[in-house]
Design a protein around this ligand. Structure first.
Ligand code: CMX
Length: 434
């Protein structure tokens, strides 16, 4: 099939069978123990979710349907031969588990463009906020306004049979993914530029169009946006934004409601907002010394100052990863190719040498290595997207491509309402005293 819906429809019965078989034949297989540390420690290491699109290995990092980032770069279609993977290709892969060909990716790009009409009240909802509102607040507001057109909500009110829930969920998800770049771009233009909307270009792919609507047309920036949107899409199911989307969708809240909630989690500084914090921190270093070209000693002092004032080093550490994030590495490779002499890139490279030993010496940090957010800012800054408070919105647009497919599968597989058990502190003490 060249269209994604037909491809998916064919897969649904097969996946349903697999889940049915697991429940029927292996329902009581144990996957691990739950310890007090896990309950008090943010559920780290507790396997408690199914997520089809991707999985994170602590040492190797993300794999999209089993494929590492370098494999995706090699095997997924790009805008030109040898180009970075197109976000449309990642979406196809995450949803179906299959590598799309160029015709399939082109048809999906066309489908997304055809769905990208924004109702006027979405702009008006954003306009009701002061321009000073954080871009993530404006973004969630825009997404909530898009919810007015939810097909799932309409179908549910119309009494749709539960075996067909996934169909309007597909519609909502594809409309949401298609419409996010225009909403996100509007926020950027409104807050930082003249407020004039730049329309979608029907000759451009998803990532390039988003850059174009923001006001960037340098082919290198378009290519970076394809890479950026592709690699930020999915990071298995347990991270705050993905898990939030899955949780909020579980009582059959539609994809817009679930995704708006996910964005609010992404807006936390320990999660998606870290990309903003990284650039803010880098700028504060440059402001302190008057230049990005500083010595190892100066940088060491500054890092120690950050830590001793009770702050984290943004862009370092991770809940699951125990090595340098491959999403960091591929951005570094992009920078080495296109902007090796940029002073901010050189500072980021120096930070990568100096931070890990310092964090390791603290003795408590489980992963001293850089994560995805440690690198994106200097690339965006180089291409002229200098307003760091906007960076998490880019992450948010991308995350729809990872979260969306799972929401469709959640409904196709009849995943139930999520409702884990909690204990009181007294009960926990009693259980431990035994
Ligand atoms: N700087 C300073 N201290 C850090 C640190 C960092 N980069 N990373 C972890 N630590 C500290 C923790 O704050 C914690 O300290 P306390 O025991 O005093 O509370 C201790 O080390 C142990 O934490 P951990 O088990 O190593 O890490 P967690 O799984 O609890 O947290 C994360 C992971 C990402 C929240 C944490 O590493 C962090 O705060 N990093 C900086 C923010 C950041 O870059 N977040 C983005 C992550 C990627 C993303 O989601 O986008």
């Amino acid at each position: 099939h060249t269209d994604l819906y037909s491809e998916l429809k064919e897969l649904v019965p097969e996946y349903q069978e697999r889940v049915k078989k697991l429940k029927k034949e292996h329902g009581s297989v144990e996957l691990g123990k739950i310890t007090v540390d896990m309950v008090l420690g943010g559920m780290r290491g507790m396997t408690a979710l199914v997520w089809l699109g991707s999985a994170v290995d602590p040492d190797e990092g993300i794999r999209f349907r089993g494929m590492s980032i370098p494999e995706c770069q090699k095997k997924l279609p790009g805008a030109f031969p040898g180009g970075e993977p197109l976000p449309e290709a990642v979406l196809w892969l995450l949803l179906t588990g299959k590598i799309p060909n160029k015709a399939q990716v082109d048809s999906l790009a066309q489908e997304l463009r055809s769905r990208a009409t924004i109702p006027d009240y979405a702009y008006k909802a954003i306009d009701a906020l002061p321009v000073s509102a954080h871009p993530m607040t404006q973004f969630t507001t825009g997404v909530m306004a898009l919810q007015v057109q939810s097909e799932f909500q309409k179908a549910y009110e119309g009494g749709i049979h539960k075996s067909r829930y996934w169909e309007p969920t597909y519609e909502d998800t594809m409309n949401l993914i298609a419409r996010l770049p225009a909403v996100a771009a509007y926020i950027y233009r409104r807050k930082y530029k003249d407020g004039k909307i730049i329309s979608l270009d029907h000759s451009l792919d998803y990532g390039a169009n988003y850059a174009h609507m923001l006001g960037f047309d340098d082919p290198e920036m378009l290519e970076f946006m394809r890479l950026y949107i592709s690699i930020h899409s999915d990071h298995e199911g347990g991270n705050v934004s993905s898990h939030t989307a899955h949780l909020v969708a579980s009582p059959l809240s539609d994809p817009y409601l679930a995704f708006a909630a996910a964005l609010n989690g992404l807006a936390g500084p320990l999660h998606g907002l870290a990309n903003q914090e990284v650039l803010r921190w880098i700028r504060s270093i440059v402001a302190e010394f008057g230049t990005p070209n500083i010595s190892t000693e100066q940088l060491t002092d500054y890092i120690n100052k950050t830590l001793s004032s009770g702050q984290v080093v943004p862009g370092y550490g991770h809940g699951v990863l125990r090595q340098t994030d491959p999403r960091y590495t591929c951005q570094r490779e992009f920078a080495l190719k296109h902007l090796p002499n940029d002073p901010y890139f050189q500072l980021v490279s120096k930070i990568k040498e100096v931070v890990p030993p310092i964090l390791t010496k603290l003795g408590k940090v489980k992963n001293p290595w850089p994560n995805v957010d440690a690198h994106s800012g200097v690339l965006l800054n180089y291409y002229g997207l200098t307003e760091e408070n906007y960076y998490t919105v880019l992450f948010g647009v991308s995350r729809s491509i990872g979260v969306g497919p799972q929401l469709i599968w959640d409904r196709a597989l009849g995943m139930p309402l999520e409702r884990p058990k909690s204990v009181t502190l007294e009960k926990l003490e009693q259980l431990c005293a035994k």
